[in-house]
Design a protein around this ligand. Sequence first.
Ligand SMILES: Cc1ncc(COP(=O)(O)O)c(C=O)c1O
Length: 341
Amino acid sequence: MRPIDLRSDTVTQPSPEMRAAMGSAEVGDDVLERDPTLARLEERVADLLGMEAALWVPSGCMGNLIGLMLHLLRGDRFLAPAQAHVLGSELGTGAWLAGGMPEALAWEGGPGRPTPAQVTRAAGSPGPYYTLRTTLLCLENTHNFAGGTVTSAAEHQALVAAAKAAGLAVHLDGARLWHAAAALGAPLAALTEGVDTVQVCLSKGLGAPMGSLLCGTKPALAEARRLRKMLGGGVRQGGVMGAAGLVALDYLPRIAEDHAKTRRLAEGLRGFGIPAPQPETNILLVPVPDARAAVGALEAAGVRTLPVGPAIRFIAHRDLAMADIEEALRRIEPLARHLGG
Ligand SMILES: Cc1ncc(COP(=O)(O)O)c(C=O)c1O
């Protein structure tokens, strides 16, 4: 039985056009000078996001880490919504390598979202030299572990305004910013307004085998380029990956199809009495009595998922058709009791 892989939108295979584009990419040495294909990708993404410049990095974790390193001095505190990827899923690099002291903000603005008032309160006001200093707000849109939840442009702007009024820089983890923009029907640039840096991933939902872009001002990115090299992320003929990224961007107009697949999955599960919430994007978190047992039972039935705390996570993506979602539902139905049905 062919497994239906709903573990993540990172499990996609590069498409034949993507592999062909990688094979014929025009390349140069991106450490010595600039690789022409990476340069094209960087310009295209900077334009899409309404940012001055972009820098390709191998992974989302590296893009976030460089963002944090740009903004933090050792011992500075940074704020992020509870369960943000930078807090719990990047192996403590925000503290270890960027020197920051993390502070999680509870979701008082809705799932995955703090309120502007919380940002103001947590930032505090500058004290004497011997007090802890807070210098950065790190946002995440969509918020992965809240279930792919979306921050609207208006909420985003209010959060950024609160951060700026308190003297904080803002970094946005936009690993799935594409999904937020598609869900809102908003331009990507409306969701980056006011940020100092933003990181977006080409390997989540868009089908690229690797690659993220860190965007910001030209001077910030000149420093980011140095940091990328220090962290071992300077690549030579990176255009092979850049070409994959350019093809990946062609999927942007179709992202909403993945949201529709996820909604169909949730609706089907609810039909079996399983308490699946209404997904906002391509991520569905279903709270279950025993997440590991549920994941095991689904795996044995040919449906691959991941445990996330007390829930199991389903993510739809471009390599699954609506027919695969229907087939997944057929496989899940006899197991509904494992999912609280
Ligand atoms: C919200 C978010 N940020 C950052 C990352 C890190 O990306 P990468 O796995 O490319 O390092 C992920 C990965 O899933 C993510 O979901």
